[in-house]
Design a protein around this ligand. Structure first.
Ligand code: NAD
Length: 478
């Protein structure tokens, strides 16, 4: 999809004006407040009002929120790419439509019951209250839209802490959702945030006594922060998904699927293929098909030059002092996260057509491209001698995140062995990674995948607390 830059600039100027307008909204219905104190207080009032609505009325709010995701899919996608400088508009539009159609609503809240000689006992899923939801820059609108639907479906209000680099996009999404909720008969300020999101504001939100539950969607720092908060926390953290290819796979399809998954939104999704591990005898064929489907192969010094651009190197002295050799470690240069392959290659003097979607290179198993979560369309390919070595390496480079893994194979035993060994929340077989969140695969979607705390693919039921209600000696009819 080509984007007219002047149109993007015009739309962005308009939406920023609308966000500014909402910041000075004295009626206080936009959900945007000056302080965390006000944001939490307004969300608490909204929560108490939501409790008075029936589940059917709550579902009407959810339908209205889905419509926001549909109606503003393009506008929010363009704004997110312009503001954050990351990702691809066409793919973000797909994400917004996916959230609208496949995020579970109130239907996911199921009551359990026990009946018998001593009567009836119910186990119902009730809301937590006011949830603090911290959202990433990589999926600013999709995460807000998806969490808002699931959290409100469960009966909660939400105080969002968006990433400051996607501030305007996130705040506009919140404002649009609030407007739709009010129009559908719901309370004002069911979703709130502060006008100037910052780490300080997030910390104030996390420690505020009015926040009942925390949900962090982001890297290891924020997941650790919510898990150390002393509150009920859901942590949806980083991944480094390997795509394993064995000699039984349909190699052409594997290549096509890997490029599709890796290049989706310029590799921003936490589930996207971050490295390929291929059994040696089919490696050349795989890489040749990858080039047919939009990859550009670099080798030799070009790999070193690219590493100097997209990584920053740190030398850490060993804890025992200066006598030992400094340990090297690498960090991803954030300037290149979510950028187009064409732009990344241009930094090392290689000019390619727009059809190039991914940069591939052969790499050793311990290369930083393999070990770091790059979040850009640069895909290292590691050759191994057999499936045993492939499984061992995939487990190692996934770093115990237990997030996502992908495998291309027709051997059920091999597929099962990797799935068991790697213990990821999502395991995709013979498809692009995005099939794992419902794009071209069965099942609901989410943009908060909670590996560290174990909720898995979150939905309304993840944002509930269980409550038991017991009636003795009655209401059992058998
Ligand atoms: P990030 O961790 O830099 O930021 C995420 C959010 O946390 C932001 O709102 C940020 O302001 C806040 N934050 C960061 N460190 C914090 C701290 N110490 N205390 C309090 N708040 C803090 O991540 P990002 O660059 O926005 O997003 C990319 C990362 O998120 C990747 O690692 C990706 O894998 C992960 N991610 C995971 C999921 C999932 O569902 N598991 C979804 C999207 C992104």
């Amino acid at each position: 999809m080509t984007i007219d830059q002047s149109l993007v600039a015009k739309i962005t100027a308009e939406v920023i004006a609308r966000v500014q307008e909402s910041k000075s909204d004295t009626a206080g219905n936009s959900g945007i407040f000056a302080t965390i104190e006000e944001a939490v207080k307004a969300a608490r009032t909204a929560y108490n009002q939501l409790k008075k609505l029936s589940i059917a009325q709550r579902e009407e709010l959810i339908q209205a929120m889905r419509q926001v995701a549909r109606d503003h899919a393009e506008e929010l996608a363009e704004m997110a790419v312009t503001e954050s400088g990351m990702g691809r508009v066409a793919d973000k539009i797909i994400k917004h439509r996916l959230v609208a159609d496949k995020t579970p609503g109130t239907e996911g809240l199921r009551t359990e019951a026990w009946t018998g000689d001593r009567g009836l006992t119910l186990l119902e899923m009730g809301p937590y209250g006011v949830i603090g939801s911290i959202t990433p820059t990589t999926n600013p609108c999709a995460t807000v839209l998806c969490n808002a639907i699931g959290m409100i479906a469960a009966g909660n209000a939400v105080v969002f802490s968006p990433h400051p680099t996607a501030k305007n996009t996130s705040l506009l999404t919140i404002k649009l959702l609030n407007e739709a909720i009010i129009k559908a008969g719901g309370p004002a300020n069911l979703l709130t945030a502060v006008a100037e999101p910052s780490l300080k504001a997030t910390n104030a939100m996390m420690s505020h006594p009015g926040i009942n539950m925390l949900v962090a969607t982001g890297g290891p720092g924020v997941v650790k922060a919510v898990m150390s908060s002393g509150k009920k926390a859901i942590g949806a953290g980083a991944g480094n998904p390997p795509a394993v290819v064995d000699e039984t796979a349909d190699i052409e399809k594997a290549a096509r699927d890997i490029i599709a998954g890796c290049s989706f939104d310029n590799n921003l999704p936490c589930i996207a293929e971050k490295e390929v591990i291929v059994v040696g005898c089919v490696a050349d064929k795989l890489m040749s098909y990858m080039q047919r489907y939009g990859a550009y192969l670099i080798s030799g010094q070009d790999i070193d030059r690219l590493a100097k651009v997209i990584l920053t190197e740190k030398e850490e002295l060993a804890a025992s002092g200066c006598t030992e050799k400094p340990k090297r470690s690498y960090a991803v240069n954030k300037k290149f996260v979510g950028k187009d392959a064409k732009y990344i290659l241009s930094q090392i003097g290689i000019n390619v057509p727009d059809s190039v979607k991914v940069v591939i290179c052969e790499a050793a198993a311990d290369h930083p491209f393999v070990l770091e979560e790059l979040m850009m369309p640069v895909l290292p390919v590691v050759q191994v001698k057999d499936i045993d070595a492939a499984i061992e390496l995939a487990v190692k480079v996934e770093h115990g995140n237990r997030h996502t893994a992908i495998m291309h194979s027709k051997n059920v035993d091999n597929l099962t062995r990797l799935a068991k060994a790697i213990e990821t929340t999502i395991f995709v077989k013979n498809a692009p990674s995005f099939a794992g969140i419902g794009v071209g695969g069965e099942g609901f979607t989410t943009f908060t995948i909670a590996g560290p705390t174990g909720e898995g693919l979150t939905s309304a039921r993840s944002f509930t607390r269980q409550r038991r209600c017991v009636l003795v000696d009655g209401f059992s009819i058998v």
